[in-house]
Design a protein around this ligand. Structure first.
Ligand code: FMN
Ligand code: SF4
Ligand code: SF4
Length: 429
């Protein structure tokens, strides 16, 4: 049986599944039930200075798929709306009652060293395992000079991280905002400030949809709205890329990463771990489906690890990082071609329309003169292997992309004679 336990920047956890700082972790009542359900740890809902933040009503909106499944989730909530004293008291009690579970305390304060120096001993006294610096909240708090307003300026990230390192012995995790052009800059700054780890992503600036009668976006507060923070399944591809960017950056190599963003099942978690995360955090999926989703995550991950022969998380953490490279190092001589399995094909013609209208006119629509029946066949010589037909086909596995034996050796763009600005030939990094 695979061992799901981890050690993340010196913090031991019974499994890699933590709840992210958000409503699921905003009070003892929730956190205790999360631990009962099997979560390995939580990052407590962000604490700040008193008086506590005040929230508006309403607060959430969603981007729906055709069947009303929630693809993305948007919120305009602030940090905790409960007093510092109550939060610290509850953290102390829960940590005492659940010593084998991880509690990280998320913090957000103005950029004044004294404020950070004052709060850190109070957090340490709770017995918490570490702190996470919320440099990511994209709404409300940046207007007050906090959250993403800090995370978007690498010099501030480094400065506040350093203050924390100087004022606490607890591990310091820096939570990064995705609302930035190059996420490697704040990650490097966090490392320079002495961070023990980074976590990402926080939410992405968003407006999900509008009420076209009232001419206002959701969520509506009175007759107005404001941009919120986007999360949930839709942000997973963006988060995965940002995690990979940091994992493969030589300047942040080895810096532990806690992966966050759209994780809803064991496979999502495995992907974040394979791209360099040492643990993962979940928010939206728990908000939509409840704490018990962790059961599927633990079972699924451990079954898959058994199947693959991985005995521990560290055996596959980062294993996909060396296979993630710059475009210029991809093999120009690699070739795949679409293949339609006629037995599975339902003759819907979607692949034909897609390839005919927007790709390479590489699928033939053959109409039987007598019966009028249609069949679809790939014109191998024309197919460039773009994957569009495979993506658009409604029958999973009906179209497969088959690698061709070109007989040609590996050659990347820096080595390609067609490159008009040929650089000195270099092997993949
Ligand atoms: C309603 C709501 C409130 C949140 N509050 C916080 C917060 O107080 N501090 C924080 O660091 N992140 C906060 N987040 C961001 C989450 O911790 C997480 O980074 C983000 O939702 C992406 O993960 P997900 O796709 O699993 O939801 C909040 C998210 C939501 C949906
Ligand atoms: S892979 Fe692209 S080019 Fe080839 S048949 Fe499909 S859509 Fe057309
Ligand atoms: S999209 Fe798929 S099912 Fe539809 S015609 Fe093409 S191969 Fe057949």
């Amino acid at each position: 049986m695979a061992d799901l336990s981890i050690e993340f920047c010196g913090i031991k956890s019974i499994n890699p599944f933590w709840l992210a700082s958000a409503p699921p972790t905003d009070k003892a009542y929730n956190v205790v039930r999360a631990f009962e359900a099997g979560w390995g740890g939580v990052v407590w809902k962000t604490l700040g200075e008193d008086p506590a933040a005040v929230n508006v009503s309403s607060r959430y909106s969603a981007h729906y798929g055709k069947n009303r499944e929630v693809l993305g989730f948007n919120n305009i909530e602030l940090i905790t709306d409960r007093s510092l004293a109550i939060n610290l008291q509850e953290i102390t009690q829960v940590k005492k009652d659940w010593p084998d579970r991880v509690i990280i305390v998320s913090l957000m304060l103005p950029c004044e060293e004294r404020l950070w120096a004052d709060i850190l001993p109070l957090v340490e006294a709770t017995g918490a395992d570490g702190i996470e610096l919320n440099f990511g909240c994209p709404h409300g708090m940046p207007e007050r000079g906090m959250g993403a307003a800090v995370g978007q300026v690498p010099e501030y990230v480094e400065m506040v991280t350093r203050w924390c390192k100087q004022n606490t012995k607890l591990p310091v995790i820096v939570k990064l905002t995705p609302n930035i052009t190059d996420v490697r800059a704040p990650a490097r700054a966090a490392k320079a400030g002495g961070a023990d780890a980074v976590s990402l992503i926080n939410t992405i600036n968003s407006i999900t949809h509008l009420d076209l009668d009232q001419m206002v976006a959701f969520p509506i507060v009175g007759g107005a709205s404001t941009h919120g923070g986007y999360c949930g399944s839709a942000v997973k591809p963006i988060a995965l890329n940002m995690v990979a960017e940091i994992a493969r950056d030589p300047q942040t190599a080895g810096l532990p990463i806690s992966g966050i963003g759209g994780i809803g099942n064991w496979r999502d978690a495995a992907e974040f771990i394979a791209l360099g995360s040492g643990c993962v955090q979940v928010c939206t999926a728990a908000m939509l489906h409840g704490f018990r989703i962790v059961e599927e995550m633990k079972d699924g991950l451990s079954r898959w690890m058994d199947q693959k022969g991985y005995q521990s998380i560290s055996e596959f953490s980062g294993k996909a990082v060396p296979n993630t490279t710059d475009w210029k190092y991809l093999n120009m001589n690699y070739q795949v071609i679409a293949q339609i399995n006629q037995d599975d094909c339902i003759k819907c013609g979607r692949c034909y329309v897609a390839c005919e209208d927007t790709s390479h006119q590489s699928i033939a629509q053959l109409i039987d003169e007598v019966s009028g029946a249609r069949t679809y066949e790939v014109i191998k010589e024309e197919c460039v292997g773009c994957n569009l037909c495979e993506i658009t086909c409604p029958v999973q596995g009906c179209i497969t992309m088959v690698p061709q034996d070109t007989g040609k050796p590996y050659m990347n763009w820096t080595q390609d004679p067609r490159n008009p600005r040929a650089e000195k030939a270099v092997e993949a990094a």
